[in-house]
Write a protein that binds this ligand. Structure first.
Ligand code: TYM
Length: 331
C-alpha cells in the first residue's frame, strides 16, 4: 500500500514564492509516489476576522493556483477543508488528548494573537484542527515549510497521546521539510516571506512581471564588494531563490558563477537580481499561463466536490474507528 501524505494551505491572501518553494512544489513532486490529500483550510482561516464572500472566492482561487502549480486533482485529492466537516469532529475529540500547556507554547499563536484585538479560542486551538487534518487521513508524511514544524511536532504528540489512551491507531506523522523551507522577505530579510507582512514582503506566484521585477530590483542586500565577506541574509535569500529556480530548470551554472564572483568580491548585486528575476519568471510564466487556462475551463468547483467525496470516504472510515475506540454515541 502506498503511504499517504497530507498538507494544507490557508486560502486567504496570495500564494507567494515562499509557499511555492517551501511546500507546494513538493506536493506536486510527491504525487506519483504517495497518495496525497491537499486541503485549502478555510476552517483555519475563520480564526481571524475575514469577510464571508471573500473567504469563499479565496478558497476557489487557491484551488486554481494550486492546480496551476502542478497539483493534479486526478492524482491528488484536492479539497476545501470544510467540504469534509469531519475535520471538526475529529478536532474536538483530539482536543481532549491535547495538552493545554503545549498549546500555550505555540509560537504562531503568540505571534498571531499579539496582532489581534479580539483573540478567538479558535486561534488558540488552531493546531488541534491542524492535527485533525493530518490524522483524519492517517497520513504518514506532511510536507511543510519550517514555520509549521512546531505544529507538526504537536500533531505527533497528539497522535501518541491518543494511541496510548485508546490503543495504537494513528501513524505518527513525519514532517517532510526540504530545501527552500524558509524563504525570507525581500524587503526585510530578517523575517520570513509571508502574506500577512504586507505587499512589499512577498512575491506572488501570479503577480505580474513588472511588479515582480520591481520587487526583486529593490530587494535589500548590503554594501557588497568585499572578497571573502560573509553573505548578508538578503543576499543569501536571493541566492537561495536563484538556486532553487535554477535546479528546477536543470541548469545551475549561472548560480555557481555568481557565487564564485561573490567569493571574489566582484559580484554586482544588479547582476544577481537580474538572474533571480529571469530564472524565477521561467518558473512562474508557465504557471501563470496554466492558471488562466484552468480558470477558463470553469470546472474548479466540480473538481473540489469530487475531491471532497473521495476525502470523505477516507474520513468516514477513520471517524467510525475513532468513535468506536473512544466509546462515543450509541454505536
Ligand atoms: P500557510 O498557509 O501559512 O502556508 C502553506 C505552506 O507554505 C509554507 N510556507 C513557507 N515555506 C517557505 N518559506 C516561507 N516563507 C513560507 N511561508 C509559508 C508553510 O510552511 C506551509 O507548509 N497551518 C498551516 C496550514 C495547515 C496545515 C495543516 C499544514 C492547516 N492544516 C495540516 C500541514 C498539515 C498554514 O497556515 O500554512
Amino acid at each position: 500500500m502506498r503511504k499517504r501524505v497530507f498538507s494544507g494551505i490557508q486560502p486567504t491572501g496570495t500564494l507567494h514564492v515562499g509557499n511555492y518553494f517551501g511546500a507546494v512544489r513538493n506536493w506536486a513532486a510527491m504525487q506519483d509516489e504517495y497518495d496525497c490529500v491537499i486541503g485549502i483550510v478555510d476552517y483555519h482561516a475563520i480564526t481571524i476576522d475575514i469577510d464571508p464572500d471573500e473567504l469563499r472566492s479565496a478558497s476557489i482561487a487557491m484551488a486554481l493556483d494550486l492546480m496551476a502549480c502542478g497539483i493534479d486533482p486526478e492524482r491528488t485529492i484536492l479539497i476545501v477543508q470544510s467540504d469534509v466537516p469531519t475535520h471538526t469532529e475529529l478536532s474536538w475529540i483530539l482536543s481532549s488528548v491535547t495538552s493545554y500547556g503545549d498549546l500555550t507554547r505555540m509560537t504562531q499563536f503568540k505571534d498571531k494573537s499579539a496582532k489581534q484585538e479580539f483573540v478567538s479560542a479558535g486561534l488558540f486551538t488552531y493546531p488541534v484542527l491542524q492535527a485533525a487534518d493530518i490524522l483524519l487521513y492517517r497520513a504518514h508524511g506532511v510536507p511543510i515549510g519550517e514555520d509549521q514544524v512546531q505544529h507538526l511536532e504537536l500533531s505527533r504528540r497528539i497522535a501518541r497521546r491518543f494511541n496510548s489512551r485508546f490503543g495504537e491507531y494513528f501513524p505518527e506523522p513525519e514532517p517532510v521539510v526540504g530545501k527552500g523551507a524558509r524563504i525570507m522577505s525581500l524587503a526585510d530579510p530578517s523575517i520570513k516571506m509571508s502574506k500577512s507582512a504586507g505587499e512589499q514582503h512577498y512575491v506572488g506566484v501570479m503577480e505580474d512581471e513588472a511588479s515582480i521585477r520591481k520587487k526583486i530590483r529593490s530587494a535589500v542586500t548590503d554594501t557588497g564588494l568585499e572578497a571573502g565577506a560573509e553573505m548578508s541574509p538578503g543576499v543569501e535569500n536571493l541566492f537561495e531563490i536563484l538556486e532553487l529556480s535554477a535546479e528546477m530548470l536543470g541548469d545551475t551554472s549561472v548560480a555557481t558563477e555568481l557565487r564564485s564572483e561573490h567569493e571574489q568580491g566582484s559580484l554586482m548585486y544588479s547582476a544577481l537580481k537580474d538572474a533571480v528575476f529571469e530564472r524565477l519568471m521561467e518558473i512562474l510564466r508557465p504557471i501563470q499561463k496554466r492558471r488562466a487556462e484552468l480558470e477558463a475551463a470553469g470546472n474548479v468547483v466540480e473538481i473540489l466536490r469530487d475531491g471532497a467525496r473521495r476525502a470523505q470516504a477516507i474520513a468516514d472510515e477513520t471517524i467510525a474507528d475513532v468513535r468506536a475506540r473512544v466509546g462515543l454515541g450509541t454505536g
